[in-house]
Every structure is written in C-alpha cells, then in structure tokens.
Design a protein around this ligand. Sequence first.
Ligand code: MG
Length: 410
Amino acid sequence: MRTIAILGSTGSIGRQTLEVVAEHPDAFEVYAITAHRSADLLIEQARQFKPEVVVIVDETYYDKVKDALADLPIKVWTGADSLCQVVTAGPIDVVVTAMVGFAGLRPTVAAIKAQKALALANKETLVVAGQYIESLCTEYQVPILPVDSEHSAIFQCLQGEAVARGCFPWLAQANTSDDAEQQRPYLDNPVEKLIITASGGPFRTFTMDQMRDVTAAQALKHPNWDMGAKITIDSASMMNKGFEVIEAKWLFGMNTDQIEVAVHPQSIVHSMVQFADGAIKAQLGCPDMKVPIAYALSYPERMTSHINGKLRMEDYASLTFERPDLERFPNLRLAFDALAEGGDRTCVLNAANEVTNEAFRRGECRFLQMAEVNAATLAAMPRVAQPSLDDYFAIDAEARIKAREILQGH
Ligand code: MG
C-alpha cells in the first residue's frame, strides 16, 4: 500500500491519477488532495476518496469547501503555504506534482526536503530550476519518477540498461546493498541520445500564413492527447516539446546535444533511447496518460490495467517520423538555446511563456506573437549565471513584468 498526495487533483493529470487509484484501491491510499480554485470538484473528490487533508489554495473558497465537508473527518486547509506543509506529512510515500506552472516549484522543494518520492508531472519545476532540483534530489536521496509520457517512455527504455544519473540516486544506492539477493550488477550502458517524440499538434501541416490567424479554440483541439488548457496551447506552439527537452536533460543527466525531437503524428511511439552500439529502444502504446501515471505510482512493478484501450499494431498501417520545423515553431529553438546557455535562461523563458500562453487563451495575443514575445523577453533580461532559489522567484517575477510590457508594446 502506497500513501499518496496529489497536488493539483482537479486538473487533467490529477483526475486521471485518481482514476488509477480508484482502479487499484488495494494499492493506494490518498492522504491529501489539493486544488487552486476548483472547489466543487475538490469537494466531490474528497467525498469519494476521503483523504486526511484537503487544500483549497484560493482562500475565497475556503468556507465553501469547509462547510461542504463538515460531516466528514477531513482537515481543510487554505493558502499557498499549506501546499508546502501538507507534502511533509509523515504517512505520505509519494507526492504527485500535477499543478500547472511555476507555482509548483515551492511545494516540490518542500516535498524533496521531507524526503518524499516525487511523481513529477509539473515539468515547469525542472524547466525553471532543473539544476537546483537535481542537486537537491541527490542531497536528500529523493527519486523523481517521471509522469510525462515521453519521459516515462525513456525511463522504461532505460530499465536494465543504465542507472540514470542525477535524479535517480536511490538506484545507485540500491546497488551497494550488502544483501546478496538485492545486489544487481551496476549497469551503465552508454546512452548516445534520447529521441523525444512530438505529435506536432494541430498546426503541424499549417503554413506560416495559416498560423498567423489561428485562434485559441483551434489550438485547444489537440489531435491525440486530452490535456489541460495551458499544456494544450504549449503543445500547439511546441513550447511543450521544448520544455520536455529541458526536463529530459535534468531527469536523465544528458547533454543538450544528446537530445533530439522527432515529430511523430500518430503518438504511438512515446519516445526512444539510442545506445552506443546503435540499438534503439522505443516504448509504444495508445496515447493514454493513465499508463505513465500508473507506472510512476507502482514502479518498479507494473499493475494490470483494465481501463485503457490497448494498442493493436494492425490498426496502424504506418508510423511516421519527421524533423521538427524550427522556423514555424520557434519556441522549440528558444528552448534548446536557453538550455545550452544555462543559468536563469530557462526560468525566464518559462515566465515569459506563462504570460504569453495566458494572453493567447484570452485573445490578447496572436499565435505567432507568443514566441516573438518569449524571445524578446529573453533578450531584454541580462543572464544570471548561478541563480539561488530566491533568485528564481525574483527572476520569474521580473520576467513576467517584462513580458507583459513587451506584449503591450507589440
Ligand atoms: Mg509530454
């Protein structure tokens, strides 16, 4: 039995995590669920899963949630600091970080310091502060289990091949056990490169002219994956794929030039690893987030799943792969460049993108303008080489102000 806390339980990943839990009631216990302001769904989830603690971050909904759960022995907390407190609770084994954006950084740091295993869905945490999180995980011997489908695929391809560096210190530790039964040979088969697949999103075949006038409603129609609004827009602009490149660097200890993106419109191959001998391993399946979620929660074991439509290869006449077009999707180039430049660059890119993504969804920014403003924000902010945790908060705030200024002047 694993006891879990789900930060962001009302979002797309949070809801699907609870579906996995509901399918395996003997395997998991829910200790805490949290939401920013989706009070009604949070109440419904609390009544169904009966956690110890519920956090509604936005204080204006506190009374509503408190009153609705008054007949149950559930503690109701509010405020952003409650997220940092709830993750430290003794019984929790795994914290699922499924909230959106920079807001995930502080509670993730609190969970690592409390030595909780992380099932990481909030990729922005690694985009903003990957180097810091990597060193913190090593210091506190905390595993990060990837929930993102591409990173779960890479993680699965690495089983039996390599002890991934950086964020998997507990694997290296397991190999030094005195117990002969537990000892496994320390394998570190050299990885040549990671190949992260991308669907290409709804505008994969659009010309630049067609992309100029696309609306948020068009961008929100993802061809293969059912996801939250912010990440769906990031997928359409390929910012999401750029962030996944950054995420992969920190999760798997790769150099930037060892990470490639391949556009694969069918979304069946979830990512690949090429080893030094030329062999490539891939992980395949239907595009269903419940598979990587379940693997992160049950690792190293696999659970039987009845809820997923399983892949039938004969349904796919062909699986195709093509190079991404960095001219039409400049966000992907920005991500590679920011990662190569290092320091605070990816933090600035994330902050600018949170501003432009939201502006686009509100109809206040055009599709191609998002990448232009992201680039201009990076150019306008002097590079900080070695940011501290406090610096990340200051840089994030400053970059948001700068991005809004640039957007207004555009
Ligand atoms: Mg992904």
